[in-house]
Design a protein around this ligand. Sequence first.
Ligand code: PLP
Length: 448
Amino acid sequence: MDASLNIEEWNGKEQWHPMGHPNDMLQKPPLIIKKGKGVHIEDNHGRKMIDGFAGLWNINCGYNRQEIKDAIINQLDELVYYSTFKGTSHPRSIELAHLLMEMTKPENMKRVMFSSGGSDAMETAMRIARQYWKMEGQKDRYKFISLKQGYHGTHFGAASVNGNTRFRRNYEPLLPGCSHIDAPWTYRNPYTENPEELGKICAELLEREIQFQSPDTVAAFIMEPVLGAGGVIVPPDNFMPLVREVCDKYDVLLIADEVVTGFGRSGSMFGSRAWGVKPDIMTLAKGISSGYIPLGATLCNERIDNVFKANNDSFGAIGHGYTYSGHPVACAAAIAALNIVIKEDLPANARKLGNHLMNRLKPFENTYKTVGDVRGKGLMFAIEFVKDKTSKKPNREIVSKIHKKMIEKGAFVRASGNAIIISPPLIINKKELDSIVDIFETSLIEAE
Ligand code: PLP
């Protein structure tokens, strides 16, 4: 490390920042976050902020947790790396696999493949789904259906099922056989204002799309139980259970992308569980290690595991895996982080404080002329801003103003299009959460 390097001089000049334009980085250099403790972060000028976005939806246990740091150091002392490609393993990956199976007993998950993050986990899920159908003798079942507002990552597999054209257009052609249906977005949809009716309509859209594609060509339907990057879209209560019914009717696999919703964010241990639904495949990342070391995981249920086991020839082996599938240090960090999630019952804290956040923020829809919609579940919230409440025209300008003011006043949240996203570490307490809301409200008053 060159201690004399002026980091501000080089900030944004050489690094490609995900989703960023090189010129933007020069005009508005990235905020340099230097330190973190608990729910607070500090920039390189010593300005302290409360982190209202938990890093990138991942620092669920908060920054600088001794238990996780100890687990990492101990693992570095014991074994920095060994491969889990067939033939070798190591204690932490075995322990973490077991812990995940215990945690997903209600979903009847039976096997896990580890990877390095959410995009990897989705790539793995899509490959497992395709191989499953080949082994089942239904080789034409290769297609995937997903939601137009969904986000699943950046590899070619995930990008093909992403909704937003921004993540697809520059890289097309993507995988053939991927199609999209409308998400049940209560605030913006052409169908109805009634959430239950909307849930039914969108489940019918799925059924119609499966029929249109021909059911014997569809491998899986992919959805986030609560859509995160698409703007925290909370489906009506009946949607995911109805999706499960439609999938069962046409024998289509259900892949739940729990990269954000996994491990408590939505107020239940898993987002699917919050809706009472058992997916066939679950993708996990982010909160699995609380962001301390990159890690992803793809879990599959007994139905899928049995088919892989039943194929004794080389066909039953998975032709897929990563050098860092089950990296020992990442697994050690994850075991420590998940023990905190369980011991401190972070899903319950997310549920309780999520209700409090809703009580505080929902009235803003009536109080402030630019607040169009407040929505959330657990500790994932979006406040959508509009030019006026009749046209619902997106108001991005006020979002940038609020975002800037909030940083100045000591709270960091995410500005996403015309929405402010609040999704703090799950260890946050009521006082800290209230301070984010207070700063948000003051900034909103000043910006309006
Ligand atoms: N799935 C969801 C729901 C996500 O929100 C993300 C990232 O934000 C991903 C997948 C991709 O994860 P990663 O960025 O770790 O590859």
